[in-house]
Ligand binder design. Structure first.
Ligand code: SF4
Length: 205
């Protein structure tokens, strides 16, 4: 990436970059779509898009008072991969995959276990337990698809998931937490738009 941007490690100044190749064997490796790199300013070591994805040594500094679970998501878990912080709304950790690894990600230390709830589709017992949870609580109006990035899942899977949720009488709204339309705009294709516009749920992206 630095070569594409016409930058040398020495130009990164105080915020020394980690060896990008060395991060590939870590739980949160360097990852960025080529199209996103193409929107970075060549020769600018402080380009804000570059800073979002460039691994730097400062990430490993431990500071008193900081935590690896800044949103206290462990405290909001109702079961594997399902979180509830507010009445009427639950969040499903559908997948562990993302198209980009934002270095500031608040979920980079999240314990995904065997991936996200829906990486294996309806065959995952954790997913079925989460679905039962939503069925049981008739106050739940909104289901948030999160991850990872839920749009990393195939459209057929997502359409089937939306169908199952739409069959639950008290669920009205589907909210999709995604960065893909920004970092990989070509993901917003006809197949995606077809199921999003045909579900009976009110959908918010
Ligand atoms: S979960 Fe969101 S913030 Fe975290 S790496 Fe993926 S896209 Fe970035």
């Amino acid at each position: 990436m630095l070569k594409v941007l016409g930058l040398s490690p020495a130009q990164l100044g105080d915020q020394r970059s980690l060896d990008i190749h060395a991060t590939l064997n870590t739980p949160f490796p360097f990852r960025v779509p080529r199209g996103y790199v193409a929107r970075m300013q060549r020769g600018n070591p402080r380009d804000p898009l570059l800073r979002q994805v460039l691994p730097v040594t400062e990430e490993d500094i431990q500071s008193p008072g900081y935590t690896q679970d800044p949103l206290d998501e462990r405290g909001a878990l109702c079961g594997p991969g399902i979180l509830q912080k507010y009445q009427g709304r639950v969040l499903l950790v559908t997948t562990a995959a993302c198209a980009i690894h934002c270095r500031y990600c608040f979920r980079r230390h999240f314990s995904y276990g065997n991936g996200g709830l829906f990486d294996s589709g309806f065959g995952d017992r954790r997913f079925n337990a989460a679905l039962a949870y939503i069925h049981r609580d008739s106050t739940i109006r909104e289901v948030i698809l999160s991850g990872g990035d839920p749009l990393c899942l195939a459209d057929e899977k997502l359409a089937a998931l939306a169908g199952v949720l739409a069959d639950i009488p008290h669920v009205e709204r589907l909210r999709i937490h995604t960065r893909l339309p920004i970092v990989l705009p070509e993901r917003a294709d006809d197949a995606l738009l077809t199921w999003i516009t045909s579900t009976t749920l009110h959908t918010v992206v």
